[in-house]
Design a binder for this molecule. Structure first.
Ligand SMILES: Nc1ncnc2c1ncn2[C@@H]1O[C@H](COP(=O)(O)OP(=O)(O)OP(=O)(O)O)[C@@H](O)[C@H]1O
Length: 317
């Protein structure tokens, strides 16, 4: 039914908010007034603890951060379903990683929403210093993660709709009629999330293919060469017939594909011709988005072509 991506600094209160949200959603689903088409079978909460990821994985020299992100991404892939609400309770500090989860949610045909836990860094540091043992981040790790955090932006389609919760906002599972009430009404932010995952725009899925493991350098080459092939094919098509509308392009398979691999085919719909400099700019953005997750989440040439075609289409709308 939906994927809710939580993001925020370490110790910003993500798990606290995620649990409140899960309680709110459970109550909504159990409500007899909830329309049947909004009734998910389950609410799944994914986080470091449930996936066995230790805080020290994020240490600057731990080399475990990419595997940790890969573990999270696989869990998201496994759990996304039309009858489930998946809450991804993690820092999700890399926009490329949020973008890939968004693409995955589109594949499955579920709505998405981002919940940003906007707690100031100093408050996060205070909370971290109150922690004891392995749940505390090393101070250098905390600073590093805070400085690398790529704040969500409601103008980016993978972060939209974006709901922001401040540190002193009321609990998401606020009771009906205030404290002491019987049912769960939910705070304004919780209501916004509910609207996003039940009424928000449902984007059509892309071409479904498998993600693959490659070495990061060859993955960057694959991203670059595959998106360049699409640009070449598109420019050549535009030079023959500059009409707008759906265009099916045929591209040679990537050089790393088996010799017997079939050509790649992709259809994209543009309402005007796109010039080379613009396509190059879009390619740079696209490669940059994916390069940030190289080593953790990587896709094959078929999927890269489909995702780049979709990226161009959406940016040119
Ligand atoms: N709104 C809040 N007001 C005050 N304290 C809070 C609030 N939310 C969370 N805390 C406290 O801050 C600490 C960190 O909370 P929490 O574990 O939810 O953060 P987190 O962002 O999930 O952490 P991590 O980065 O380790 O996953 C906990 O001690 C929690 O009780």
């Amino acid at each position: 039914m939906a994927m809710i991506t939580i993001c925020g600094f370490p110790c910003s209160g993500k798990s606290t908010r995620a649990q409140q949200l899960a309680d709110f959603l459970q109550a909504k689903l159990a409500d007899p007034l909830c329309p049947p088409h909004h009734r998910a079978r389950k609410v799944v909460l994914l986080n470091d603890e449930s996936l066995g990821i230790l805080k020290r994985s994020y240490d600057v020299d731990a080399r475990a951060e990419k595997p940790a992100r890969a573990t999270l991404f696989s869990a998201v892939q496994r759990n996304l379903a039309r009858d489930a609400i998946v809450i991804v309770d993690a820092m999700n500090y890399i926009k490329g990683a949020r973008y890939q989860m968004y693409c995955e949610a589109r594949e499955v045909g579920v709505r998405t929403c981002t919940l940003f836990i906007a707690t100031p860094p100093d408050q996060c540091k205070e909370r971290n210093s109150a922690r004891q043992g392995p749940t505390a981040y090393a101070p250098a790790t905390l600073d590093n993660l805070i400085s690398r955090f790529e704040e969500p932006n409601s103008a980016a389609r993978w972060d939209a709709p974006l709901v922001t919760v401040a540190a002193d906002d009321p609990p998401l599972d606020a009771p009906t009629g205030g404290a002491g009430g019987e049912g769960v009404e939910g705070s304004e932010a919780a209501q916004q999330v509910w609207r996003a995952i039940t009424e928000g725009e449902l984007k059509p899925p892309n071409l479904a293919t498998q993600s693959v493991q490659t070495s990061s350098t060859s993955y960057l080459t694959l991203l670059d060469s595959t998106s360049s092939s699409l640009i070449t094919a598109l420019l050549s098509r535009q030079s023959l017939s500059p009409h707008s509308g759906p265009t099916t392009l045929t591209l040679p398979p990537s050089s790393s594909a088996p010799r017997t691999a079939a050509p790649l085919r992709v259809t994209l719909t543009l309402n005007r011709p796109v010039a080379l400099p613009q396509l190059q700019r879009l390619k740079r953005q696209f490669v940059q988005l994916h390069a940030r997750t190289a080593g953790a989440t990587e896709f094959d040439d078929k999927r890269i072509v489909a995702m780049f075609a979709q990226y161009v289409e959406e940016q040119m709308r």
